[in-house]
Ligand binder design. Structure first.
Ligand code: ATP
Length: 516
């Protein structure tokens, strides 16, 4: 039996970042020029993992749903779109600087973190009580009768309400008052020496056309969703789509994030995978609940365990939403948003109707009536999902013989390399036989050939990049066409006929098993 090393969140995160670099998953952008803040490049394995995640999402959304189709809209869009969507006027983060450390923070995040700490205290009390009372424990009752828990919960609620009111009224002075009243200190300097709170627009802008002929300012899209809204009728008409139906899209988005210190969790250039589901007005909450559940199920299909995920319902709704929640994931630095599910009402289509002067309505043949559909959105960051996969998969182990291995337990369907074919030695025709196997497997799977170093060392290399299967070709292979299959997660080895390889590799990648 091997033992798994338990690492603290910070240490684990540090090790994941250096492993990702060492094994060609993620490099800092422009590294030879000392990097570019919050921008990253994906290396030879990173690009495969990213592609596989994207494809797994796409298949689950588009291939598995008759009424969902995809598009690929351009990054550049007419600038008025961002006026209509509210991004020019309202896509701001309230920022605050600490005068001593010179560090910049999002005021909302400072307050949310403070509230999260209070809620963690309440959770601890509840967990203690649950342990004490066992099966007879009534959590709801405890929350409304235990003085200490009640105090924590009402304090959290009070701060949330005060913050929400301040933001709704665009009262930035009040946001600063909240930070001061709560005595929030800068984590770096430890002081309360704060600047005023300012609004900061997160969109990147650039010029299109030469200045001589009157260039116009255009924006790099901060979300992919708007490309779907402005194509709503194109797709509906040409695809003869009937409500309810969805349009899916994956692609780059850009945000000039103020605080970007968490590796690929918060980047300035990132990729989103979004789906806008168009429904009848009045049906939106039903579909919101449907997608909330469906998306969590999809995440669970990756097998990282239920306890890694939780819902976070939004108190502070965005200007376009009438219900919203996040699916949070337990990253090494705690539970944070992985995906957002938003009931966006008819805000976007209505606004585009107004700004463009074009009708964006659907004629519902069953109701014999035209209306602007309501929209439920699912929006997940591909890079964040990548980090979720990497941080769940990363494991440091001490083996029975005392040696160490670092393994990425990436679900086979997402693994960059599905199988490595390894001749035991470089002679006696074993490399030729191994290449023969590779030539066959490569039609179905991304495979690798490796003949360098002792076999144990080659297994470690594959463990470190997360290859689920190693196929070793030895002298017996030449006699009976069997190989040794070595499984990454258990390190168990078994003798398998070459003719069975493809089937075994494919077993854990069956969409039918994973998604049904
Ligand atoms: P946050 O509160 O973390 O800033 P958000 O609520 O602004 O995120 P949305 O606008 O709902 O995020 O975007 C949908 C998804 O896109 C998020 O759930 C996240 O996975 C991803 N995402 C958003 N911003 C970034 C970023 N800067 N870097 C990487 N992924 C991001």
């Amino acid at each position: 039996m091997s033992t798994i090393k338990t690492l603290s969140g910070e240490e684990l995160f540090k090790n994941i970042i250096s492993h990702a670099k060492e094994y060609g998953y993620i490099f800092p952008s422009s590294e030879i020029y000392d990097g570019l803040s919050a921008v990253y490049d994906y290396g030879q394995y990173g690009v495969e993992l990213k592609k596989n995640i994207r494809e797994y999402w796409w298949k689950a959304m588009v291939q598995m749903h008759e009424n969902i189709v995809g598009i690929d809209a351009a990054i550049f869009m007419h600038p008025t779109i961002w006026k209509a969507s509210g991004h020019v006027d309202a896509f701001n983060d309230p920022l605050i600087d600490n005068k001593d450390s010179k560090k910049r923070y999002r005021a909302d995040v400072l307050i949310e973190d403070y509230v999260a700490k209070i809620l963690t205290k309440a959770d601890k009390e509840i967990a203690k009580a649950r342990e004490k009372f066992g099966d007879s424990f009534d959590e709801q009752k405890y929350k409304t009768t235990n003085a200490r828990v009640m105090e924590y919960l009402s304090k959290a609620e009070e701060i949330n309400q005060r913050f929400k009111t301040a933001m709704d009224n665009n009262n930035l002075a009040e946001v600063k008052n909240i930070i001061e009243d709560l005595e929030i200190v800068c984590p770096i300097s430890g002081t309360k020496n704060w600047t005023e709170v300012r609004q900061f627009n997160l969109m990147f802008s650039t010029e299109m056309g030469s200045t001589a002929e009157g260039a116009s300012t255009i924006y790099l899209r901060p979300e992919t969703a708007q490309g779907i809204f402005v194509n709503f009728l194109n797709v509906q008409k040409t695809g003869r789509m009937k409500i309810p139906f969805g349009i899916a899209q994956t692609g780059k988005a850009f945000r000039n994030e103020i605080v970007a210190r968490q590796f690929i969790f918060r980047m300035r250039e990132f990729e989103q995978m979004e789906m806008q589901f168009f429904v009848r007005p009045g049906d939106e909450i039903k579909w919101y609940n449907y997608w909330k559940e469906a998306r969590l199920k999809w995440h669970l299909s990756l097998g990282f365990g239920n306890n890694k995920y939780r819902y976070h319902d939004h108190l502070k709704l965005a200007h376009y939403a009438n219900a919203a929640c996040d699916i949070e994931f337990e990253f090494p630095f705690g539970f944070k948003e992985l995906e957002g599910i938003h009931s966006r009402t008819d805000f976007d289509l209505k606004s585009h109707e107004q700004y463009s002067g074009k009708k964006l309505q659907y004629f519902d043949p069953e109701l014999n009536q035209s209306y602007i559909p309501y929209v439920v959105e699912t929006s997940v960051g591909l890079d964040r999902l990548f980090l979720a996969v990497l941080s769940s998969a990363y494991q440091e182990e001490t083996l029975e013989d005392g040696s160490q291995r670092v393994v990425l337990n990436i679900p086979p369907i997402l693994a960059p390399v599905k199988a490595a074919v390894l001749p035991l030695t470089k002679k006696d025709g074993l490399p030729e036989k191994a290449r023969e196997i590779l030539e066959e497997l490569k039609f179905g799977y991304n495979c690798q050939y490796d003949e360098k170093d002792a076999i144990g060392k080659r297994y470690r290399r594959q463990d470190a990049i997360g290859t689920p299967y190693c196929i070793t070709v030895d002298h017996q292979t030449l006699e009976d066409n069997t190989v040794t299959m070595r499984y990454r997660d258990t390190m168990v080895q078994e003798r398998i006929a070459i003719t069975k390889l493809s089937e075994i590799i494919g077993e854990k990648m069956s969409l039918k098993t994973l998604l049904s």
